[in-house]
Design a protein around this ligand. Structure first.
Ligand code: NDP
Length: 449
């Protein structure tokens, strides 16, 4: 519950404006609860309407996306771009193509992105976008026609100095390629810095594909070292999801000495007590966009179970939720605690419900929130933009070393913020406050509030 009257008033107004946006309200409340620790000491926030501006996107764009399927039938989806905050740099954030996409989910993701991008220490504002289009089961040609139609409207709102989209759920290298190709046709320019996550042949960065999963493990490793004098070595790890973030989290956790024993997709989960064979997962998911169930058919000794939430009944030392929002509810959290876990680090955005976070914190576990733990993806996107501006490419090792340093810096920044606020080790509060302070300083210095 919010203590500050000012924050209570702001939150009431947010609810009144958008009572049905449950994911957005959840994200705003979590951040405002953290700001309770500092707002009393900053009367200028209320006098300048700072928090009111902070929770309201600068601009919301919605548009019609008509496209034709392989049978010649026309379909119409809805496209969105939420340009949330540009105080510290061009709007930056991914595009999500998934049937569940709506304004609430994109506003929550855009809001979180503002804080996350601030934590990277790089000059990028926050945005998010996407469509309720479902790429699953569509042919490459159908996905291409959809992406071209989507960009035919989006191109007028973006640019390397204005707004730089990237991938997210349902938007990987294939989609970014089609989107970028259409942007170049419409603009008649090679403006590589307008999109990130591009292929290596046309302006992409080495290590961008791996960055979110790798970065998650780098931050987790630093958290284990500094807060528990421990590491991944010898630990049992459960990773939910089997998409971009999950696959490379599994790879890095294994390289750092952990044993990943379970992964999932939206249908169910696999359990392999000997340790997941990542080449098999990659072949299924990246090779032919198959279902995770296939793993159990191919690897003796492993099992498949229907229902993705069941993955959290498998005991582990470290839990890395990397699928989607709100996948760890109270029951899942209790199972994770029962299984003896020492740490949870969020690879997905807001995978843990607030009541589940409380369960982890009460149990004395380490908890790294998404806006810090998965910031490696967007940080490396910003490195891709730097390379595009220089017209020069760094080696994999150079980008990976910068990513590692950024994640270590983020951990110390949020940990120190938690100490300064008198809640040592509460990285939720630390991340919210460290991210917020920089954005607000930039907003005030530029007269934006
Ligand atoms: P992908 O589309 O590559 O993979 C998503 C994975 O999550 C798939 O295994 C998918 O299974 C599963 N999934 C999706 N929706 C659900 C659902 N409703 N229930 C259960 N499982 C589900 O996406 P990413 O790996 O890129 O993204 C995963 C998460 O990480 C998202 O929250 C995203 O916002 C976040 N993130 C991603 C970044 C990136 O660089 N890609 C950067 C920062 C955060 P299925 O195949 O069955 O749909």
């Amino acid at each position: 519950m919010l203590k500050s009257e000012y924050l209570q008033r702001v939150y009431t107004q947010v609810i009144k404006r958008d009572p049905d946006q449950k994911e957005f309200l959840q994200a705003v409340l979590e951040v405002l609860e953290s700001l309770d620790a500092i707002v009393e000491a900053h009367s200028e926030y209320e006098a300048n309407g700072v928090i009111e501006s902070f929770v309201e996107p600068e601009r919301i764009i919605t548009f019609r996306v008509p496209w034709t399927d392989d049978q010649g039938q026309v379909h119409v989806n809805r496209g969105y771009r939420i340009q949330f905050n540009s105080a510290i740099g061009p709007y930056k954030g991914g595009l999500r193509f998934h049937p569940s996409v709506n304004l609430s989910i994109l506003k929550f993701l855009g809001f979180e992105q503002v804080l996350k991008n601030s934590l990277t220490g790089l000059p990028i504002g926050g945005a998010k976008g996407g469509s309720d289009f479902d790429p699953k089961g569509k042919s490459d040609r159908e996905v291409m026609r959809f992406c071209q139609s989507f960009m035919t409207e989006l191109y007028r709102h973006i640019g390397q100095f204005t707004d730089v989209p990237a991938g997210d759920i349902g938007v990987g290298g294939r989609e970014i390629g089609y989107l970028y190709g259409q942007y170049r046709r419409l603009r008649n320019t090679s403006e590589a810095g307008v999109l990130t996550g591009k292929g290596l042949a046309y302006g992409g960065s080495l290590a961008r594909t791996e960055a979110t999963g790798y970065g998650l493990c780098y931050l987790t490793q630093e958290m284990l070292k500094c807060m528990k004098n421990d590491s991944f070595s010898g630990k049992t790890v459960v990773v939910s999801g089997s998409g971009n973030v999950a696959i490379f989290a599994c790879q890095k956790a294994t390289e750092l000495g952990g044993k990943v024993v379970a992964m999932s997709d939206s249908n169910g989960y696999i359990h392999d007590p000997k340790g997941i064979q990542l080449d098999v997962v990659k072949d299924i998911k990246l090779g032919h966009r198959g279902r995770i169930k296939e793993y159990a058919e191919r690897v003796p000794g492993s099992t498949y179970t229907d229902g993705f939430r069941g993955i959290w009944t498998i005991p582990c030392d470290i839990a890395l939720p990397c699928a989607t929002q709100n996948e760890i509810d109270q029951e899942a959290a209790e199972n994770i605690v029962k299984g003896g876990a020492m740490a949870v680090a969020e690879g997905a955005n807001m995978p843990t419900l607030p009541e589940a976070i409380q369960i982890f914190q009460k149990a004395g576990m380490l908890f790294a929130p998404a806006k810090a733990a998965n910031a490696g993806g967007v940080a490396t996107s910003a490195l891709e933009m730097s390379q595009n501006s220089m017209r020069y490419g760094w080696t994999f090792q150079e980008v990976d070393a910068k990513l590692q340093q950024i994640m270590v810096n983020i951990f110390h920044n949020i940990y120190n913020a938690s100490v300064e606020c008198g809640v040592t080790g509460d990285l939720v509060v630390g991340a919210n406050i460290a991210g917020f302070k920089k954005v607000v300083e930039a907003m005030m210095a530029q007269g934006l509030v």
